[in-house]
Design a protein around this ligand. Structure first.
Ligand SMILES: Cc1cc2nc3c(=O)[nH]c(=O)nc-3n(C[C@H](O)[C@H](O)[C@H](O)COP(=O)(O)OP(=O)(O)OC[C@H]3O[C@@H](n4cnc5c(N)ncnc54)[C@H](O)[C@@H]3O)c2cc1C
Length: 324
C-alpha cells in the first residue's frame, strides 16, 4: 500500500502535541511519493471533530482506538501494529519525544521492522523513504533506507515543521485486542508539565542552567541574570530530571534545539547530548569551576570559577550598565 501512519499524541484535554502535528505534515508531504496516504492514529476517547481536524495537517484518514489508553507505550504498540498489519502501511512516523521513542522501539521489535531514531529530515527516493540521521556528534548525516516493510522513523524533537493546509480526515474506529503484557501497567496520573509557556526557541539571549547551580532555588540566579539582559532561561536534562526546571526548557538531544545570539551556560558540563541542542548559538559563554569541563572545548568565551560568586556580580554589572 505504501502509506505512512503517524502516531498523534494528545494531552488529557485532547490537544494534539506540536511534534505530532509536524510529523503528520511531514507524512502528508511525502505520502504521494511513496504511493500511499498519510494517516494518523489516535488513542483514547477523542471526539470526531478533533480527529477529523487532523486533516488540516494533511492526514486523509485518522484511526481511533477508543479503548486504548494514552501515555503508555505497549497498548499503543498493539494498536499501531494492528493498523499497520491490517491496512498495509509501509512506514510508521513519530514526531519524537520519550513516548514516541518507546512506542517506536516496541513497534520495531513487534513487526521485525527497521528503525531510525533522532531523524532530522526525511526524503522520498525512488518511491521509498530515506531518513536522515545526524551521526558523529552531528558532524555527518547518515542516510538510512529500509529493506522491506514496514520502516519506523522517529524524528528528533522539532525536526518537522507544522504545516496547516486545511482539509478534513475520515475517522475510522478500530477495535484493538490488547496483549496480555499491555494490561500489566495502568496510567494512574499524567503529570502536569510545568512551565509549558516557556518559550526558549524564540529568545535571542538564553541563560542555560546546569547541575552546577546546585538546587532548584538557585535557578533564581539564572532567572535574574536572564531578566537583566531581556533573555530566557533554559536547562540541561540533568536538572529537568531532578525536577529543578520544566521539561519545556530542556535543550539537547531529547529536548529543544536553539540558536540564540548568546548562550550563557552556567554550571553545565557540556555533554554531547546537550551540545547538539545549542551548538548553533552565535556566541557561547560558559562559566564552570572545572577547567576540564567539555563545554570549554566549544565555547567562544570560557570563565573558570564559581558561578555563585561570578553571576550575581555579572548581573549587577549588566544592570548598572543598563541603568536599571
Ligand atoms: C540518551 C540520552 C539523551 C540525553 N539528552 C540530553 C538532553 O537533551 N539535554 C541534556 O542537557 N542532556 C541530555 N543527556 C544527559 C547528558 O549526558 C548529561 O548528563 C547532562 O547534560 C549533564 O547536565 P549538567 O551539565 O547540568 O550536569 P553535570 O554533567 O553534572 O555538570 C555540572 C557542571 O557544573 C559544574 N559546576 C558545579 N558547581 C559549580 C559552580 N559552583 N560553579 C561553576 N560550575 C560548577 C561542574 O564542574 C560540572 O561541569 C542525555 C543523556 C542520554 C544518555
Amino acid at each position: 500500500m505504501g502509506g505512512i501512519l503517524v502516531y498523534a499524541l494528545h494531552d488529557d484535554e485532547g490537544n494534539f502535541n506540536k511534534n505530532s502535528l509536524g510529523a503528520i505534515s511531514e507524512a502528508a508531504k511525502l505520502a504521494g511519493d511513496v504511493g500511499g496516504e498519510a494517516a494518523a492514529i489516535v488513542v483514547g476517547d477523542i471526539s470526531d471533530d478533533a480527529c477529523a481536524g487532523l486533516g488540516a495537517y494533511g492526514a486523509s484518514k485518522v484511526y481511533r482506538a477508543k479503548d486504548v489508553p494514552e501515555g503508555l507505550a505497549q497498548p499503543i504498540v498493539d494498536a499501531m501494529a494492528k493498523v499497520i498489519s491490517d491496512e498495509g502501511y509501509s512506514y510508521a512516523l513519530f514526531g519524537g519525544g520519550l513516548l514516541g521513542f518507546e512506542i517506536g522501539a516496541g513497534l520495531t521489535a513487534r513487526l521485525d521492522a527497521g528503525v531510525t531514531m533522532e531523524v532530522t529530515a526525511v526524503e522520498a527516493k525512488d518511491g521509498k523513504l530515506v531518513a536522515h540521521r545526524p551521526v558523529l556528534g552531528d558532524s555527518q548525516i547518515a542516510e538510512v533506507g529500509y529493506v522491506g516493510d514496514p520502516g519506523v522513523i522517529i524524528g528528533r524533537i522539532n525536526a518537522f515543521d507544522v504545516n496547516e493546509s486545511g482539509g478534513t480526515a475520515e475517522v475510522v474506529d478500530v477495535d484493538v485486542e490488547l496483549s496480555e503484557w499491555s494490561t500489566k501497567a495502568r496510567m494512574v496520573k499524567r503529570g502536569e508539565q510545568r512551565g509549558e509557556d516557556v518559550n526558549i526557541e524564540d529568545a535571542n539571549i538564553l541563560v542555560g542552567g546546569g547541575r552546577g547551580l546546585g538546587s532548584e532555588e538557585n535557578f533564581e540566579v539564572a532567572e535574574t541574570l536572564a531578566a537583566s539582559m531581556g533573555g530566557a532561561v533554559a536547562a540541561t536534562r540533568a536538572v529537568v530530571d531532578a525536577g529543578w526546571y520544566p521539561y519545556a526548557a530542556q535543550i539537547g538531544q531529547t529536548g529543544k534545539t536553539v540558536a540564540p545570539d548568546l548562550y550563557l551556560a552556567l554550571g553545565i558540563s557540556g555533554a554531547i547530548q546537550h551540545k547538539v541542542g545549542m551548538q548553533n548559538s552565535e556566541n557561547i559563554l560558559a562559566i564552570n569551576k572545572d577547567q576540564n569541563a567539555p563545554i570549554f572545548e566549544y565555547c567562544d568565551l570560557g570563565v573558570v570559577g564559581d558561578l555563585h560568586k561570578i553571576v550575581p556580580k555579572l548581573t549587577e554589572a549588566i544592570k548598572a550598565k543598563k541603568g536599571s
